[in-house]
Design a protein around this ligand. Structure first.
Ligand SMILES: Nc1ncnc2c1ncn2[C@@H]1O[C@H](COP(=O)(O)OP(=O)(O)OP(=O)(O)O)[C@@H](O)[C@H]1O
Ligand SMILES: [Mg+2]
Length: 256
């Protein structure tokens, strides 16, 4: 449901009239949406539709031309510690001499002051997070010596170790195998079940209904936000994707 009223304090993420531009054409135009706490939300839309920009706006990484983003009803978002983020793959160059365990433990720095060292409990949480994404066996390996899919799992572990209220993931399933996709999905579902809010950019429309409680359909503007069965409307998808992906036919079949 798209609410256009004033900010709703019960929302985890409340976006109002958000417009973001990198150049003359806005990447996001007048987006207003309230994301309830404790939801697993999929952000869908074609390439270049503003999905990553939407995530970066919530993080405060890009400056809006217009509009606001509030977290739990607070105007000044102090993202440190409250939001964990897993960037889109390939957007970070990990050519540092740092181990998998150290990367996972980085998630804990947001909970410490800059002069404090990590404690035993922090490393324990990092280890537990690595276990969840099935990367414990690689704990001592340098991050640069992992495959892309393995690196993705370590970034997930870093975000989980942070134990944040909101988890934002930009295409965590891109380029991972089916078993890993399942493992990551299970971890996200578990995180949601702990009452956290999880927002995931997702490309695969075929699995979107199965994976998420809510879908947010973007193409510069917000086309829909709500339960998958409402958002995955064939006509709406045709408008947004301007094409005839096979999945549209499948969806139309199941609806007829
Ligand atoms: N740093 C930037 N400088 C200039 N333009 C940008 C920048 N980042 C994104 N854009 C443009 O803004 C629009 C939205 O990009 P964004 O990365 O948010 O899309 P996306 O939906 O995440 O795409 P994809 O599915 O390919 O990841 C695109 O037209 C893109 O070219
Ligand atoms: Mg993107």
């Amino acid at each position: 449901m798209i609410k256009t009223s004033d900010s709703d304090n019960s929302s985890a993420i409340s976006v109002r009239h958000l417009t973001v531009s990198y150049g003359p054409v806005p990447a996001l135009l007048d987006i207003s949406v309230d994301i309830e706490p404790g939801q697993l939300v999929g952000v869908i839309g074609p390439n270049g539709s503003g999905k990553s920009t939407f995530i970066k706006s919530i993080l405060g990484f890009v400056k809006p031309d217009h509009g606001t983003v509030q977290l739990f009803g607070e105007k000044d978002i102090n993202t440190a510690g409250r939001i964990a983020y897993v960037p889109q793959r390939g957007s970070v160059d990990w050519d540092y001499p740092i181990t998998v365990r150290e990367v996972a433990a980085m998630g804990r720095y947001s909970k410490r002051r800059w002069w404090q060292n990590l404690r035993r409990k922090d490393y324990q949480m990092a280890d537990e997070a690595l276990e969840k994404v099935r990367m414990s066996d690689f704990a001592k390996r340098q991050i640069g010596q992992l495959s892309g899919g393995q690196q993705q799992r370590v970034f997930m572990a870093r975000a989980l170790a942070q134990d944040a209220e909101v988890l934002l993931l930009d295409e965590p399933f891109a380029g991972v195998d089916a078993a890993t996709e399942r493992a990551i999905l299970n971890v996200l579902t578990e995180t949601r079940d702990q009452g956290k809010t999880v927002v995931v950019v997702h490309h695969d429309l075929a699995t979107a209904a199965e994976y998420f409680d809510r879908l947010l359909l973007l193409k510069q503007r917000l086309f829909a936000y709500g339960p998958p069965e409402r958002v995955l409307d064939p006509k709406l998808l045709c408008d947004v994707y301007e094409g005839n992906l096979k999945v549209f036919a499948d969806l139309a079949d199941t609806k007829s």
